[in-house]
Design a protein around this ligand. Structure first.
Ligand code: UT7
Length: 356
């Protein structure tokens, strides 16, 4: 019998500091009106200095494991572009803090597509019998790499983490994940990037500059790619699944920009009101975006058993990816999703990182 990965729990975590558009307008040449009308974002949450990606990942992981009704897993996969350190990966630390030392643990680096890539690798671990249960987390703290003077990126990104627990099951049962569609185009390598901190900087002829550590994005070009790549990838995964667009009850696109999500829905022929999203409240949380949106929608009782769900993401690399699933179960009685104070369980010595 073919094994499939089946979704059995979700969780999420946001840092405590809510930053509204007016807070940013006090610091930058921007306005609530511009941000809302160009992006659909009303607020985002930023981590305080001292809070690392692993803190948010542990918070989301704890909640997902509780939602799944059991803490044992064979693997922990963390999708992130803002790891606690350049090395080692963040996942082993997260696993240990969740009491899961001994489990396989690794990071996936595909920026905003990271969670879909991580789901695909986790589904592969389950399909091959390497693991029976996997915790998949998307977590990012972009506030630590944003250029405070760059109004085009500072207003978009927020910090957060979202998680899902997958268990071994059958491909025909509700919650079964897949098929997937994954892709990349390294010709767009420079469109979304942090230039410094990697091995290539050593090869550069000029000495490192202060701005090298900051995130940069060619917004307009990225916007165009985001719509095109997510709609093409969605169409491919729907064809693979044998679903028509009219079968899709909920479209969960990467929460990059409200206008991107609307155009994506239009291109696919899916009514905009079938798009699930929380961008207005959390902004673009990169790898956390899809699991955060899913967890919010599950907690709100929006996702009902049998609902067909299409996930699609786009990000740096360039990368893109999509997956389908049928929502498995009624919403459980849950504590309010937010706020989720980041747990203070970091071991001695693991307190440095890119936030310092
Ligand atoms: O998560 C990974 C994928 N990321 C994305 O998909 C993001 C894709 N890109 C976008 O969402 C949009 O391109 C942005 C939100 C980044 C920018 O919106 P836009 O409508 O493409 O604006 P633009 O870059 O074309 O800029 C239009 C104007 C410019 O002024 P001028 O040159 O026309 O005078 C910008 O300087 O808006 C200005 N502008 C701003 N004004 C007020 C840019 N950012 C801001 C701002 N507040 N925050």
């Amino acid at each position: 019998m073919t094994r499939a990965a089946v979704l059995c729990g979700t969780g999420s975590c946001l840092p405590g500091r809510r930053v509204g558009n007016d807070d940013l307008a006090a610091l930058l040449d921007t306005s609530d009106e511009w941000i809302r009308s160009r992006t659909g974002i009303g607020a985002r949450y930023w981590a305080e200095p001292g809070t690392a990606t692993s803190d948010l990942a542990v918070g989301a992981g704890q909640r997902a494991l509780k939602d799944a009704g059991g803490s044992a897993v064979d693997a922990v996969v963390v999708a992130t572009a803002t790891p606690d350190r350049v090395l080692p990966a963040t996942a082993p630390l997260v696993a240990a803090r969740l009491g899961l030392a001994g489990a396989a643990a690794y990071d996936v680096a595909a920026v905003c597509t990271g969670f879909v890539y991580a789901l695909a690798t986790a589904a592969g671990l389950i399909a091959t019998g390497t693991a029976d249960r996997v915790l998949v987390i998307g977590a990012d703290t972009f506030s630590g790499i944003l250029d405070p003077a760059d109004r085009s990126t500072s207003v978009i990104f927020g910090d957060g983490a979202g998680a899902a627990v997958l268990r071994a099951g059958r491909p025909d049962e509700p919650g079964a994940l897949g098929p997937f569609d994954l892709g990349s185009d390294g010709d767009g390598y420079d469109l979304i990037t942090v230039r410094g901190g990697g091995s290539a900087q050593r090869l550069s002829e000029r000495p490192p500059e202060r701005g090298d550590g900051y995130f940069s994005m060619a917004g307009k070009e990225v916007f165009r790619h985001a719509v095109l790549r997510m709609s093409q990838s969605s169409a491919r995964v729907l064809a693979r699944a044998g679903w028509r667009t009219s079968d899709v009850r909920w479209l969960v696109g990467h929460q990059a920009n409200r206008r991107i999500l609307d155009r994506l829905a239009d291109d696919l022929g899916i009514p905009r009101e079938r798009g699930i999203g929380n961008i207005a409240e959390v902004g673009n949380t990169s790898a956390a975006s899809i699991p955060l949106a899913l967890d919010d929608a599950a907690a709100a009782g929006l996702l009902r058993p049998g609902d067909r769900v299409l996930l699609t993401a786009f990000g740096g690399g360039l990368t893109w990816g999509s997956a389908v699933l049928t929502w498995p179960r009624p919403a459980t009685d849950r504590e309010p999703v937010h706020p989720c104070p980041a747990p203070n369980t970091r071991p001695e010595g693991a307190t440095d990182g890119h936030h310092v």
